[in-house]
Write a protein that binds this ligand. Structure first.
Ligand SMILES: Nc1ncnc2c1ncn2[C@@H]1O[C@H](COP(=O)(O)OP(=O)(O)OP(=O)(O)O)[C@@H](O)[C@H]1O
Ligand SMILES: O=C(O)c1ccc[n+]([C@@H]2O[C@H](COP(=O)([O-])O)[C@@H](O)[C@H]2O)c1
Length: 201
């Protein structure tokens, strides 16, 4: 039996953190399936089709060195149980590893039909800077029937919020930066020029 790592992201926008997670997963598991989705607990500024397009740009650059990573837009549900149902149709025989950052584990017991979800996947927690993995949080998941493991690697301490709120451009890749600029997302515009500046240049 092969293992498929399942990694859903808001991708608002995708970051160097998502990239590092995908690279690591591709070396640990047979296949890595990634998708963009809305999160029922969050607002998103950018339409899902743009977020998916940016995720595609991220994957494009990873495909050569890591051919077992695939983008599966059809898994893009806000409820992970729905994503897993579609994954089961795609891979009826495989073992699923649902990958989540440590910032999400406290809220996971509130996810849609969490007990049913935990019967269908194993959970891999990726430690996130600033979000220590508390034993009680892991225990809460195991008490709901989950099989939980913790990934043995460090992700760069970056977030999509750092880009959205503070325009920290180093957290995203250059092709995604170009896409954001081209599509004028996140209020990306040409630097503002006054009439007198325009006359001079
Ligand atoms: N730097 C990181 N370290 C560890 N886990 C991460 C990191 N970035 C994202 N993740 C995990 O990847 C998944 C998708 O994250 P998401 O797309 O929400 O990115 P984000 O940076 O958390 O976004 P936002 O800042 O908008 O909340 C989640 O499980 C999240 O915990
Ligand atoms: O199933 C749920 O109820 C549920 C609640 C919150 C988040 N999720 C999923 O968790 C994944 C990561 O979410 P995010 O917003 O941190 O990128 C994404 O695939 C979401 O659909 C799922």
């Amino acid at each position: 039996m092969n293992t498929v790592a399942l990694f859903g992201t808001s991708a608002d926008p995708p970051t160097q953190g998502h990239r590092a997670i995908l690279e690591w997963l591709s070396q640990e598991y047979d296949y890595v399936a990634v998708w963009a989705s809305n999160n029922p607990f969050k607002d998103h500024q950018t339409p899902l089709d743009h977020r998916l397009a940016m995720l595609e740009l991220l994957i494009e650059n990873l495909k050569d060195p890591y051919p077992n990573i695939g983008l599966y837009p059809q898994l893009g549900y806000s409820r992970s149980l729905e994503s897993v149902k579609v994954a089961r149709d795609l891979w009826p025989e495989e073992r699923f590893i649902l990958v989540v950052g440590s910032d999400l584990i406290a809220q996971m017991p509130k996810w849609y039909q969490i007990k049913t979800l935990l019967q269908q996947v194993e959970v891999l927690i990726v430690e996130r800077s600033g979000y220590t993995i508390e034993p009680e949080q892991v225990q809460a998941l195991t008490e709901l029937g989950g099989q939980v493991a913790i990934a043995d690697f460090n992700v760069p301490p970056v977030s999509s919020t750092a880009y959205r709120e503070r325009k920290e451009t180093q957290v995203i890749t250059p092709p995604i930066q170009d896409y954001i600029h081209r599509e004028q997302l996140y209020h990306a515009r040409e630097p503002f020029q006054t009439n007198s500046q325009r006359a001079i240049s």
